[in-house]
Design a protein around this ligand. Structure first.
Ligand SMILES: Cc1cc2nc3c(=O)[nH]c(=O)nc-3n(C[C@H](O)[C@H](O)[C@H](O)COP(=O)(O)OP(=O)(O)OC[C@H]3O[C@@H](n4cnc5c(N)ncnc54)[C@H](O)[C@@H]3O)c2cc1C
Length: 414
């Protein structure tokens, strides 16, 4: 069926906006893309793409390039400070050729940029603050007006200004803990293949994810993304952190990892991140549709947000192609994401305090139970589905055919 060429505004050129721009440009729509940052580029260190996100990159014809830059991750291993294994999950236990892909955000940004022909037309330094013109136009922070548009895509991230303006009633809470992050060189590739985490109760969590290289770099430039969990008050004080004292502490806690950080001399070499929990039951209002974190920000504990953003863009594009009018397409988009998004929000909300909180009893329970639960037949399968991003509803699985599709795509791309 299909709706015909529309005038579409995309607000925010992050992962969701980037993927939506590629899909919708290819469908022949006329796009205007607005980005708040004056310089277009990624924020943050590294990211873990799941089989779900990789399937979207494959759909966009970008999987081969992603595999050339990224670092395959086959296993997630979490140990507590006493050396007890709390978590040990392998993608291959769910499907033999599945894996995650660690990527530098810069590499993912460049990859998605390469798929958007009209990248040079992205309007940077344009902070959109509200809608006008009966919901068909946009207003920027300087009072400038844009539009009218047939459809407005709000992909302006976790703290979405459009969500606050149009849907002030939705659940939007700040998690009490966040993290600091940085990229570190790992030329010897000592951390290949695994996402490793170490916990001391839930008060301390740190981890290392291999994230590969940027598109034009050689293999010797391989990096890892390092993260260190902090409570909100400590996160706010991080710029004043005595880095030498912190490094001494880290050396005692996890010596191997401390070596990675030796080259850092200032807290400002780490990016700070806080997270939100946003729940929107119907991710659109009139002709403004929400994608990515703007619609469903969650804690990064499960490593799903960017993957969700990619799936959102794909689902919206598919709906616009299938339906005869915009209202039907927005309803179809909502249905397509309904069984998948809420279960991840629910699990993130309950799981995050097990890894980032002052609740020592809860953390001790985690250390005692996670290992045995992770080996129990049905539960193990469910935990693996959560990890890979394919859990849908209580016992369902996102698109059962994904297993075969990903296997084929990976074989083709490599
Ligand atoms: C520490 C951390 C680690 C994470 N790790 C992972 C991981 O391993 N795997 C994973 O899948 N996800 C991870 N995530 C989540 C992931 O980063 C997000 O879910 C993903 O970036 C969401 O993409 P988005 O496009 O919706 O939002 P964003 O990437 O935040 O993009 C929003 C864009 O909108 C722009 N913008 C904002 N406001 C306006 C405005 N008013 N007008 C115009 N433009 C505006 C911003 O500048 C930005 O470019 C992590 C998140 C954090 C914080």
């Amino acid at each position: 069926m299909g709706i015909g060429a529309l005038d579409i505004a995309i607000v925010g050129y992050g992962t969701a906006g980037q993927a939506a721009a590629i899909y919708l440009e290819r469908q022949g729509h006329r796009l205007q893309v607005f980005e708040r940052s004056a310089a277009l580029g990624p924020v943050g260190a590294g990211i873990l793409l799941q089989p779900t996100g990789l399937s979207v990159l494959a759909d966009l014809g970008l999987l081969g390039h992603a595999l050339a830059c990224g670092a395959p991750v086959h296993r997630l291993v979490g140990t507590n400070a006493a050396g007890r294994r709390v978590m040990d999950m392998r993608y291959s236990d769910l499907a033999p050729d599945w894996f995650g892909l660690g990527m530098q955000r810069g590499a993912l940004f460049e990859l998605l940029k390469s798929g958007f022909v009209h990248f040079n037309d992205v309007i940077s330094g344009a902070e959109i603050v509200g809608v006008d013109d009966n919901g068909r136009g946009l207003r920027d922070v300087g009072g400038g007006r844009h539009g009218p548009f047939d459809l407005i895509i709000a992909a302006d991230g976790a703290a979405s200004a459009l969500r606050k303006a149009l849907m002030p009633q939705v659940r939007d809470r700040l998690y009490p803990w966040g993290a600091v992050w940085c990229l570190c060189a790992d030329p010897a590739r000592r951390f290949d293949g695994e996402l490793r985490q170490r916990y001391r109760l839930a008060r301390r969590m740190c981890g290392v994810l291999p994230v590969g290289i940027l598109p034009d770099e050689g293999v010797e430039a391989h990096r890892v993304s390092f993260f260190w969990s902090l409570r909100g008050d400590a996160l706010a004080r991080w710029p004043e952190q005595d880095l030498d004292a912190w490094k001494t502490d880290l050396r005692a806690y996890w010596p191997e990892i401390a070596e990675l950080i030796e080259g850092k001399h200032s807290p400002m070499q780490f990016a700070r991140a806080s997270y939100r929990d946003v729940v929107m039951r119907r991710p659109y209002r009139d002709r403004v549709v929400f994608l990515g974190d703007a619609a469903h920000a969650m804690s990064p504990q499960l490593g799903q947000g960017a993957n969700m953003a990619l799936l959102d863009a794909q689902a919206l594009a598919t709906a616009l192609q299938r339906e005869a009018d915009i209202d039907a397409a927005l309803a179809t988009y909502t249905r397509a994401r309904r069984a998948h998004v809420p279960i991840y929000q629910f699990i993130s909300r309950w799981l995050t305090p097990l890894f980032q909180s002052d609740h020592d009893l809860v953390a001790r329970g985690r250390d005692a139970l996670f290992g045995p639960l992770g080996r129990a037949p049905i539960l193990r399968g469910e935990m693996l589905k959560v990890l890979a991003g394919v859990k849908c509803g209580l016992f369902g699985r996102l698109r059962p055919q994904l297993r075969e599709t990903i296997g084929r795509m990976v074989r083709e791309a490599s």
